[in-house]
Design a protein around this ligand. Sequence first.
Ligand SMILES: [Zn+2]
Length: 134
Amino acid sequence: MDAETRQFVRRRARDVCEYCRIPQAATPLIPFHIEHIVARQHGGEDDPRQLALACDRCNAYKGPNLTSIDPDSGEIVLLFNPRLDEWGNHFMFRGGEIVGVTATGRATVRLLRMNDLRRVELREMWLKAGGRFS
Ligand SMILES: [Zn+2]
């Protein structure tokens, strides 16, 4: 992947994780990743339309997954896709926590462990310091 593509993806995301919305500025020592929404092993390409900016936690927990289980219904559902889905239709903030409001949102929150204690604490610290989530 060339430097231009990386820069484009980072700029498009305004330096915010496209899954959990933590800004890069909140974790300046841990560079975000350019993530293949559809992993290479499933045929994903370096096309910006198939790439997203992801913090290291979201990127690690998502891995090559495209689906997971909705904890409410037990159904297999698609994960949130930052290129196709609107974040605000699937998630909301409750303080430092992220609540999935659809089957896709719930499955993504759980698989990506968005509400692990340290991640919630980081979001709360960010809010306390006057930061916002866009
Ligand atoms: Zn994230």
